[in-house]
Design a protein around this ligand. Structure first.
Ligand code: IVH
Length: 673
């Protein structure tokens, strides 16, 4: 055999093999080989075809990459018109549909095929002798556009039919869609490239399929599901369901939710099931379709104008509607986040009347360019909070002003009047009056009382909410002026527990500076930063007066944390609450901080392991911190010293292995003194 003949043989074998695996993967959902093996087969075919370009044919699985751009699409006349479906907007209209059919057929119960109504665009695919020869859009139903180059790039559309016994001429119809995940990926990519984004998966699918340059289509995550046939040279089956099974055998992907159902009740049950499933599917559906299953019965029913009498689309409530953006309200969340909320002219969407929708933050308002007075698209999918998708720019006929949150609220929290700021690098605007703001009250008090902060035993989240709701406390300092009578009057609060709580509050007054700083709930200041700050500054007043440049000196405090801290302490509302707390008797031991120049260990990292005989681990830690050291929990290459007490753990072994300097207690004391 010549080398050309043997190449030809291999090429055919590879194509069959690849088509077979495509079928297992896309249609049967049961791949037999890993993706890597599939890629290997495809590459082998590609390389053979490169060596023998004369053997390349249009149905080769390598031909999905797109071709030279067209100037315009050719028109395609559909031999059998592509019809549309009548809609049923509620169960009553489905009942009417079912009754008309039963009356006409003089039948008791009708068997239907029930299918999801996919939200993409209809396409016709023509196969001659098993080879895809043309793909066309629906157009106006009688004439569409030839998008053959583009449909070839869609992996779930077979270029060559699988198996045998297919009619010599077969026109398959179905929906081209884009999955929700594919749509999100595409939009992310478009944003990254500063290209325009798509409003929804349907638009993205339509835009992608109608590209004159099919190489662009090839890069878009399009998919195909078949749902029927057009012109066919032989009859295929007696039922619609039977046709779908045939199409599946020949390599088309059938939607996994397709069912045969019986009678009106079968249809309505299916509708409910799909309604439940809707949000969990990775593609949009806007309803379900019921089709009389028997082809003979379909024939009897016939058509009226441009839609069959034997099928109906039972629509879901729309998830997107248009309405007017009447205003933007600025709300403060329980953690101080300030969010813009769209005030809408009431609109029925996703099954409920919507008057509010989130606009997320300033960046989103800018990106979407929504302005008060705009006609906007509102989306409510499932139980998700309604959102404003964007303005309908063609409806913006008068000049509207851009919306700026900080300008609107005059840089002040709309709830408490504290400064509102947007920190460098963050997208949210926040109220800085964390200790004072009514919107943040409950969260601030819960955090303050929590175990790692002031550790007020017995003051849990529920009780905090109760105290605030009853108006007994307004800020964290009010905790310390509660009395037994007030507490005992609360629901489910016995005398004894009231006394216990008062004792716990009293005990919490004696604390440490690091706990107190952490308890204030300053944004970006966690336990570790609070401790570092405490040992760096030694007392609260110095910390409160510290400037941005002083704070940046502190280990691990960057400009954002520094700004958070200065913003917090410049807010006079917070300072007032701190004053109240100190008046209530909160105190902590003085920390002796060595002056920066005399700090022995600044920049050095210590780890303590085992038990020291002369002092507690905490004490050792505090003395190190006061000398500017960092005290870490685990040993690494960055550790400078490991202090090893009695019965050390694995940290000593690790230090030894890494060659980190180790100090016994005597050496440690000497170093400290
Ligand atoms: S059958 C003669 N089945 O809905 C019936 N259409 O309003 C022709 N569609 O243009 C259509 N899912 O784009 C049918 N399972 C489904 C469908 C479906 C979505 C679309 C299709 C068609 C439109 C009709």
């Amino acid at each position: 055999m010549s080398s050309r003949a043997s190449a030809e043989q291999t090429i055919h074998r590879l194509r069959d093999e690849i088509n077979h695996h495509n079928y297992l993967y896309y249609v049967m959902d049961a791949p037999e080989i890993p993706d890597s093996e599939y890629d290997r087969l495809l590459r082998e075919l590609q390389s053979l075809e490169t060596q023998h370009p004369e053997l390349i044919s249009a149905d080769s699985p390598t031909q999905r990459v797109g071709a030279v751009p067209l100037d315009a699409f050719q028109q395609v006349k559909h031999e059998v018109p592509m019809l549309s479906l009548n809609n049923a907007m509620d169960a009553q209209e489905v009942e009417d549909f079912d009754r008309r059919i039963r009356d006409k057929l003089a039948a008791d119960k009708i068997v239907y095929t029930a299918e999801p109504k996919l939200d993409g665009l209809a396409i016709s695919l023509l196969y001659e002798n098993g080879i895809l020869v043309r793909g066309a859009t629906r157009g106006d139903g009688s004439t569409g556009e030839d998008v053959s180059q583009n449909v070839r790039t869609i992996e779930t559309i077979p270029l060559k039919l699988v198996g045998k016994n297919y009619p010599s001429r077969l026109e398959v119809r179905g929906e081209v869609i884009m999955s929700k995940s594919g749509f999100n990926r595409l939009n992310d990519q478009q944003r990254k490239n500063d290209d325009k984004t798509f409003a929804n998966p349907r638009n993205a699918a339509a835009g992608s399929l109608r590209q004159l340059d099919s190489r662009i289509t090839a890069g878009r995550p399009l998919e195909f599901y078949c749902y029927g046939v057009g012109k066919v040279s032989d009859s295929l089956a007696d039922t619609h369901h039977g046709i779908l099974q045939k199409l599946r055998q020949w390599g088309f992907r059938l939607n996994p939710e397709v069912r045969q159902v019986k009678g009106l009740q079968g249809c309505l049950d299916y509708y409910q099931q799909m309604m439940q499933k809707r949000d969990g599917l990775d593609y949009d559906i806007d309803g379900v379709v019921y089709k009389v299953d028997s082809l003979a019965e379909q024939d009897i029913m016939g058509f009226v104008s441009r839609a069959p009498r034997w099928a109906v689309a039972h629509k879901f409530p729309a998830q997107e509607e248009m309405t007017t953006l009447e205003g933007i309200e600025v709300q403060v969340g329980r953690t101080g986040k300030i969010t813009p909320v769209a005030k809408l002219k009431p609109v029925f969407v996703g099954g409920v009347t919507v008057t509010n929708a989130t606009l997320h933050n300033q960046d989103e308002i800018d990106r979407k360019d929504v302005r008060i007075g705009d006609t906007v698209i509102v989306r409510r999918a499932g139980d998700v909070i309604p959102e404003v998708v964007g303005p309908v720019l063609s409806k913006r006929t008068t000049k509207l002003n851009k919306f700026n949150i900080l300008k609107t609220i005059n840089n002040k929290c709309p709830v408490c009047g504290s400064h509102a700021v947007r920190l460098e690098g963050e997208s949210d605007i926040r109220c800085t009056g964390g200790l004072f703001c009514e919107a943040q009250r409950k969260e601030a008090i819960k955090h303050f009382a929590s175990r790692r902060a002031m550790d007020v035993d017995g003051l849990g989240d529920k009780l905090v909410e109760q105290l605030v709701d009853e108006g007994l406390i307004h800020d964290v300092a009010d905790l310390y002026s509660l009395n037994k009578q007030q507490l005992a009057a609360l629901d489910r609060m016995a005398d004894k527990s009231a006394q216990n709580l008062l004792d716990a509050l009293n005990n919490s007054k004696s604390t440490s500076l690091e706990r107190f700083i952490f308890a204030l709930g300053i944004r970006n200041v966690g336990e570790t930063t609070a401790r570092t700050l405490a040992y760096h500054f030694g007392d609260l007043d110095t910390l409160m007066k510290a400037k941005q440049e002083d704070l940046i000196e502190v280990a691990d405090v960057g400009p954002v944390v520094a700004e958070s801290i200065t913003r917090f302490f410049t807010e006079s509302h917070n300072r007032d609450v701190i004053k109240k707390l100190r008046k209530a008797g909160i105190h902590w031991p003085v920390i002796e901080v060595a002056a920066a120049e005399t700090q022995k260990f600044s920049g050095k990292t210590f780890v303590i392991t085992g038990t020291l005989s002369g002092m507690s681990r905490d004490e050792a830690k505090q003395r190190l911190l006061a000398q500017g050291a960092k005290v870490a929990g685990s040993v690494s290459k960055k550790t400078d010293y490991v202090v090893v007490g009695a019965d050390p753990g694995s940290k000593a072994d690790k230090a030894e292995a890494l060659g980190v300097a180790m100090l016994d207690e005597a050496q440690f004391l000497k170093l400290l003194s």
